[in-house]
Design a protein around this ligand. Structure first.
Ligand SMILES: C[S@@+](CC[C@H](N)C(=O)[O-])C[C@H]1O[C@@H](n2cnc3c(N)ncnc32)[C@H](O)[C@@H]1O
Length: 243
């Protein structure tokens, strides 16, 4: 049974909406977010109509539309949505859950979701909904913290940091769930997607101190390619088949 605490996630993101962007507003943060965003951008059509699930303050939407596309974002946190509206006034944002999308069938060329999937209580429902709203031939790209030896201790770390009242945008006990490649492939295939590709990425972490982060950034391409066991995010891309 899922232990994901959805109300707590919503309340938390409402409370950090005003400071969330500071987390990514320094060289390490910008570097990290750009690095992971690029995985999604490369897998999605350049000038399509995008739906970003768990859009937060609109950081990914802002990057996507620079390439000429249009975008809509949805997030369970009303305050995060308000921030996104300020960031990208030309885009539409809605408050809502990724597992029940308030959009018509076959309405988007692309669906993205960045750093959200581990929070989703009904992952199969979210992927079925993403499939439903995508046009035939549309693309989905998703990146989230993955399940492996390296990330096994994270739930405990988050529980401890919550007890110690560490002020951090993600370090809280939300009952998050992590997936490995096999589970991701099965979830996407069961939802109807084809051409499902998974890969491990990210070695440099935003919470590292600068000198370590700089070294980790330099060797990141090598790690991602040759030693993926040391990468901690999992990236998935897939397609909705043509009619
Ligand atoms: C770590 S933030 C990532 C935000 C954004 N994607 C980014 O790259 O900055 C996670 C976001 O997911 C949202 N979220 C969590 N569970 C969700 C769900 N079931 N449906 C929609 N949004 C959700 C949270 O409110 C939060 O804004």
């Amino acid at each position: 049974m899922s232990t994901i605490k959805e109300d707590k996630i919503r309340t938390h993101y409402d409370s950090v909406a005003g400071t969330y962007d500071h987390h990514y507003d320094h060289p390490r943060g910008r570097n990290y977010h750009t690095h992971i965003s690029n995985y999604l951008i490369k897998a999605l059509p350049e000038k399509g109509d995008l739906l970003d699930i768990g859009c937060g303050t609109g950081l990914f939407v802002e990057k996507y539309i620079r390439h000429g596309g249009t975008a809509v974002g949805i997030d369970i946190s009303r305050k995060m949505v308000e921030r996104a509206r300020c960031r990208c006034a030309m885009c539409n944002f809605a408050e809502g859950n990724g597992d029940a999308l308030p959009f018509r069938d076959n309405s988007f060329d692309a669906v993205s979701s960045l750093l959200v999937f581990s929070y989703v209580k009904e992952p199969d429902a979210m992927l079925s909904e993403a499939y439903r709203v995508l046009k035939p031939g549309g693309s989905i790209a998703l990146l989230t913290l993955g399940k492996k030896l390296l990330t096994k201790g994270i739930p405990l770390l988050y529980q401890i940091s919550e007890k110690m009242q560490v002020k951090h945008v993600v370090m809280k006990d939300f009952g998050e769930h992590y997936y490995d490649e096999e589970e991701m492939t099965r979830l996407f295939s069961d939802a109807g997607f084809t051409r499902v590709n998974t890969r491990w990425c990210s070695f440099a972490h935003i919470d590292m101190i600068d000198p370590l982060f700089n070294i980790a950034t330099k060797i990141e391409p090598f790690v991602e390619k040759r030693v993926p066991q040391l990468a901690y995010n999992i990236f998935v891309s897939a397609k909705k088949p043509e009619d």
